[in-house]
Design a protein around this ligand. Structure first.
Ligand SMILES: [Zn+2]
Length: 341
């Protein structure tokens, strides 16, 4: 019987190692170790053995059974691992990737640039660190002019290389006006989108860092109605045909006459809210005819040439277009907010 057990083991291990699928493996298991399996029938003969042989053969039987069972387990693992390497269901739905989109501010900026390009404007870029001259002086803001108080600027430390307050973070993209006029000659149609900085108390409609889009046109015989037409056209294109706009006379040092553009607040439809400071209207765009002193600062003859300039509060235009009631949402990185626009 010892020989029979050894031969059975040899045959069984050989057969098990050649099986490549679980179904056949299960069948073989039953053929060998099932109720009427080959091995089961063999060990039934154990009881007929002489008494002195029983312990030795009994031990061998257990050993052979363990080895065969282990061989089944090993082969099953082998089949499982090889099948997972070689096969997968190509029809299983995948995980959809998260697709981002442009920030609402970038969307409006891209649209504005397109609209102005249609009107024949060119796009310029300029430094965010600016001199007092280009930011204020050249734009007809004398050193002691009270209008400077409305644009509290952030001064940069230059360690004695310039006098205090000479180098600042630009408070307006208008700082590029004279820079461009100096390098080119009229007729000009320019827009300057960019970031600006002021020492501001942050609230729903004010930030200390915000975007503006400066624009100006210089040509012969340009009038205030050209400015009104341009503002009206651009704002309706960018925010919507049904908006209400009004102009009010105001004073800015760099324009004469100066106008302020107000748009009926879209957050409250003119009823009054925290965004429009309960007035129902929101200031969106200071503008006016370029002051002769500014043209003179850029060595352009104000008798021959006239121009208008405007400055769109870009961050504010974005909140208006999308009906946001707080400017601070634009710098909030929470995707639950941004994915809505
Ligand atoms: Zn409002």
């Amino acid at each position: 019987m010892e020989q029979e057990l050894i031969e059975l083991k040899k045959r069984a291990l050989d057969k098990i190692s050649k099986i490549a699928d679980n179904k056949s493996l299960k069948e073989l298991f039953l053929d060998l170790l099932g109720k009427n399996g080959e091995f089961t029938l063999l060990i039934k003969k154990l009881k007929n053995l002489p008494k002195d042989q029983k312990p030795k053969i009994g031990q061998l039987t257990n050993k052979v059974k363990q080895e065969i069972e282990q061989a089944f387990i090993d082969q099953e693992n082998k089949i499982d691992s090889s099948s997972s390497d070689q096969w997968f269901d190509v029809t299983t739905p995948g995980i959809p990737p998260v697709v981002g989109h442009l920030h609402p501010q970038t969307q409006v900026l891209v649209d504005l640039i397109e609209i102005f390009k249609e009107l024949g404007y060119q796009v310029a870029d300029g430094p965010e660190i600016e001199t007092d001259w280009y930011n204020f002086g050249s734009l007809n803001f004398p050193k002691d002019h009270p209008a400077r108080d409305t644009q509290q600027s952030l001064h940069l430390e230059t360690h004695g290389k310039t006098s205090p307050g000479e180098i600042i973070m630009r408070t307006q993209t208008s700082a590029m006006q004279v820079r461009i006029m100096e390098k080119t000659s009229p007729p000009l149609r320019i827009i300057v989108p960019g970031k600006t900085y002021r020492y501001e108390q942050v609230d729903a409609s004010h930030g200390f860092e915000f975007w503006q889009l400066e624009g100006f046109a210089i040509d012969r015989n340009i009038t205030l109605t050209d400015l009104f037409g341009t503002i009206n056209y651009v704002l309706k294109k960018i925010i919507g045909e049904n908006i209400n706009i009004r102009f009010a006379c105001t004073n800015f040092p760099f324009v004469e006459p100066g106008v302020d553009t107000y748009m009926q607040c879209l957050a409250c439809s003119g009823r009054g809210c925290s965004f429009c400071k309960k007035s129902g209207w929101s200031e969106i765009m200071p503008a006016g005819m370029i002051h002769p002193n500014v043209l003179t600062a850029a060595r352009i003859d104000p008798v021959k040439w006239q121009g208008f300039a405007f400055c769109i509060g870009l961050s504010r235009a974005v909140t208006m277009r999308f009906g946001m009631d707080d400017l601070r949402l634009l710098v909030n990185p929470d995707l639950r907010i941004l994915s809505q626009f």
